[in-house]
Design a protein. Structure first.
Length: 330
C-alpha cells in the first residue's frame, strides 16, 4: 500500500503575525526609528537635489529634439526649398510647443516652494555637491556672457568673409536668438522685481515687487539672464546642426545643453539666482532659439535675413574692404 504524502497548511492568526512584526522591530533597535523634524526635511531636500538637477538637464536636452520634430504630414517645416509653396505659411507655434511650455511652467512652479531649501543645500560647505559645483563652474558665466555674442558675431563674420553661408547662418541665428531672449528676459526682470538671493541671505525667496526690477538691479532675479542666453545659444546652434550636420547632433547637443545647465548652476552657486529663476530662464532661452531657427528657415526671404545674410564684403584694392547690404525693396 502506497503512502500518499499529506500537505498541511498552517494558518497563522493575525495576532501572532502582529506579535512577530513587533518582535522584529524591537530587534532592529532604535536606529531604525525616524523622527520627523528639521533634519528629516533637510534629508528630503538632499535626496531631491540630484533628481532636480537631472530633471533640468533631461528637459533641456530633450527640448530641441522634441520641438523640432515635424508635425504629422508636415515633414518640410525646417528646410524649405520652394518659398512659393504652402510651407512658407506654416504655423510658428504648434501643439508640441504648448506641451514643452507646460512642462517648463510646471517645473518652475514646482521649484518655487523649494527655492530657499535648495539655496541652503547648495551653499553647505561640507557638501560634496557644493565642491563639485565649485570646480566645474569656474569661468562658465563669462563663456556665456559676453562669450555668446563674441562667438556668434565671430562665426557670422568668418562665414561672410570666407564665403561660407552655412557658418554665417549659424552665427547670425544664434546671435538673433540671444538678442530676442535677452529682450524678453529684461522685460520680465523689470516687471516681476524679484529680489536676488544675496539680498536676504537666502532666507526670503518670495520677495517680489511689481516694476521693482526696472530701477534696482538687485531685484532682477526672475528669470536668470545668463541662463536665458546660454539656452538660447544652445537651442539655436543645436537646431542648425540638426539641419546641416545631423550626424554631429549627438555630440553637439550634450555639449551645448550641458554647458547651459552648468551656467544656471553657477548663477545659483554664486547666490545671484534661485532655482526657479534658472528654470524659467532655460524655458525662455530654449523657445527663443527654436523659434528663431524655425521661422527663419520657413521664411527665408524675411527682411532681417535678407539684409544680414546677404551682406557683401569685398576688397577695395587698397588694402581695405567694401561692405555692402542688400536692402529689400519697400
Amino acid at each position: 500500500m502506497t503512502n500518499t504524502p499529506t500537505h498541511r497548511h498552517t494558518i497563522t492568526p493575525a495576532g501572532t503575525l502582529r506579535a512577530r512584526n513587533l518582535h522584529a522591530r524591537r530587534r532592529m533597535g532604535p536606529q531604525s526609528v525616524v523622527t520627523p523634524g528639521r533634519s528629516g526635511s533637510r534629508d528630503r531636500v538632499r535626496a531631491r537635489w540630484p533628481s532636480l538637477v537631472a530633471l533640468l538637464l533631461a528637459v533641456a536636452h530633450a527640448a530641441p529634439l522634441y520641438a523640432q520634430q515635424p508635425e504629422p504630414g508636415d515633414e518640410r517645416t525646417v528646410t524649405p526649398h520652394d518659398t512659393s509653396s504652402a510651407r512658407s505659411h506654416q504655423t510658428l507655434f504648434t501643439y508640441r510647443d504648448a506641451i514643452l511650455g507646460a512642462g517648463f511652467t510646471g517645473l518652475t512652479v514646482a521649484m518655487l516652494p523649494l527655492d530657499r531649501r535648495l539655496a541652503e543645500r547648495l551653499h553647505e560647505r561640507d557638501s560634496s555637491f557644493n565642491r563639485f559645483i565649485h570646480r566645474t563652474t569656474q569661468g562658465v558665466e563669462y563663456v556665456t556672457t559676453p562669450g555668446a555674442y563674441v562667438i556668434g558675431v565671430g562665426l557670422y563674420a568668418y562665414g561672410r568673409l570666407a564665403h561660407k553661408p552655412d557658418v554665417a547662418d549659424v552665427g547670425w541665428h544664434g546671435t538673433e536668438a540671444v538678442l530676442l531672449a535677452t529682450a524678453m528676459t529684461g522685460i520680465l526682470k523689470g516687471a516681476v522685481g524679484r529680489a536676488r538671493p544675496f539680498v536676504s541671505n537666502d532666507t526670503n525667496a518670495h520677495d517680489f515687487r511689481f516694476g521693482g526690477g526696472f530701477t534696482n538691479s538687485d531685484r532682477q532675479s526672475f528669470p536668470s539672464g545668463h541662463t536665458t542666453t546660454a539656452f538660447a545659444a544652445a537651442a539655436s546652434v543645436t537646431s542648425e546642426v540638426r539641419r546641416l550636420y545631423p550626424r554631429a547632433l549627438w555630440i553637439v547637443a550634450p555639449v551645448m545643453y550641458g554647458g547651459a545647465a552648468l551656467t544656471g548652476l553657477a548663477r545659483m552657486y554664486h547666490n545671484k539666482h534661485w532655482a526657479s529663476d534658472v528654470v524659467l530662464g532655460a524655458a525662455v532661452g530654449t523657445f527663443s532659439g527654436l523659434k528663431v531657427v524655425r521661422y527663419s528657415h520657413a521664411h527665408p526671404d524675411n527682411k532681417v535675413d535678407r539684409i544680414i545674410l546677404r551682406t557683401v564684403v569685398a576688397p577695395d584694392g587698397n588694402g581695405g574692404a567694401y561692405l555692402g547690404f542688400a536692402l529689400p525693396a519697400p
